[in-house]
Design a protein around this ligand. Structure first.
Ligand SMILES: [Zn+2]
Length: 377
């Protein structure tokens, strides 16, 4: 299964309809939660079916406005509530909380068991009618979720996907993720980093400064919060876009991709490094590379982080200390002078070529469900 999340191009009428549906979903979720809590207190064991029965027979007739909205909404609201309780009982998450307006507004609908076909830029959704997307989609799915983020509406869905094995131009490639550059490949190719956050940092801090005296919750405050959220989203999208380009290139064109298992949490503790690392999104890199290697039929090899990839000479094997400010590896033994990151990536590649990686370090990514977030806007 592959999943998509993409921005919707809506008119005001549609936006209103979506807001009503999201409100309906929240109402049902909260209604279900309070009933669930009360039932538990009285010694009953609630479930989705019982909730639905009480709702349709006793509650729904009291609220005529519900008749104008899709009945799928309450069904999925109860399913989600039951899922939340299941996670809670398994100890995976906290006790379900009441949903608040404006915070993760969303709703889910389906086509009464029939598949929903999406093809091109315009899509006919059950109950909702025609909607447009900013990018073409081709997928067949059972249900769709529509959610609001920073004032915009997004469509997300999951669909079945068969991996396409692409021809590989290079057998093994080592990748060193850097602080100065996004990534350096063992064949010398360099992906420049996008310092997205820093570029927008001044703008962000100015917005936050201007917002300092506004009354929390007031209309002006909300307007400014929306602006800040939009800017944050833009930064995240730019970063994600760069990572998608890099990970797609790596997975499509190489038989094995060798990366280092970075101790990110340890590195984040170092304040100077923290911002660069957060900028580059190492977690996201690893996640994307994991599922894309599956899609395109390549192997992801993760070398343990105690392997001294930066400190070893890629030419003769001499090991020396390499403080972070040293950008070039100068080997006193064989006299080679090579870029620090390139040296590290060549070492990672070599590590696999000489077979010095135990099989448990070789992973075909653990999470089978990949997802793409299509940045637009
Ligand atoms: Zn050397």
């Amino acid at each position: 299964m592959k999943s998509i999340r993409t921005k919707l191009k809506l008119n005001n009428k549609q936006k209103t309809l979506f807001a009503q549906h999201a409100g309906y979903s929240r109402w049902c979720y909260n209604w279900g939660l309070s009933l669930w809590n009360a039932a538990y207190r009285d010694g009953y064991k609630p479930n989705t079916r019982k909730l639905r029965e009480v709702f349709t027979n006793h509650t729904k007739p009291l609220y005529p406005w519900m008749k104008n909205l899709s009945s799928k909404v309450y069904q999925y609201a109860f399913i989600n509530l039951a899922e939340a309780f299941k996670r809670f009982f398994k100890g995976l998450s906290k006790h379900p909380k009441f949903k608040k307006k404006g915070r993760s507004d969303s709703f889910t609908i389906d086509n009464c068991g029939k598949p929903i076909e999406l093809n091109g830029w315009c899509h006919k959704l059950p109950f909702i009618g025609w909607v447009k997307t900013y990018e073409p989609i081709e997928a067949t799915t059972q249900k769709i979720t529509i959610s609001r983020q920073a004032g915009d509406w997004y469509l997300s869905l999951a669909f079945e996907y068969t991996p396409t094995f692409t021809p590989k131009t290079t057998n093994v490639v080592g990748v060193d993720l850097g602080v100065k550059t996004l990534a350096t490949l063992s064949d010398g190719k360099v992906f420049e980093s996008v310092k997205s956050y820093r570029k927008f940092e001044t703008k962000l801090s100015r917005l936050q400064y201007l917002n300092r005296n506004k009354n929390i919750g007031s209309a002006n405050w909300r307007k400014a919060q929306l602006k800040i959220a939009r800017l944050h989203r833009r930064v995240a999208n730019i970063r994600k876009d760069a990572l998608h380009k890099l990970t797609t290139y790596l997975a499509k064109n190489h038989g094995s991709v060798v990366i280092e298992d970075l101790n990110v949490s340890g590195m984040l503790a170092n304040h100077k490094l923290a911002k660069s690392i957060a900028d580059q999104g190492f977690y996201e890199f690893r996640r994307q590379l994991g599922y894309k290697c599956q899609w395109y039929g390549s192997e992801l090899v993760v070398v343990d982080r105690f392997f001294p990839s930066s400190k070893t000479c890629s030419s003769c094997g001499h090991v020396q200390d390499m403080p972070l400010n040293l950008r070039t590896f100068d080997c006193p033994d064989c006299g080679i002078s090579i870029d620090r990151d390139l040296n590290a990536s060549i070492n990672l590649r070599k590590r696999v070529l000489i077979g010095d990686v135990s099989s448990e370090c070789k992973t075909h990514s653990t999470d089978a469900v990949g997802s793409t977030v299509n940045a637009c806007g």
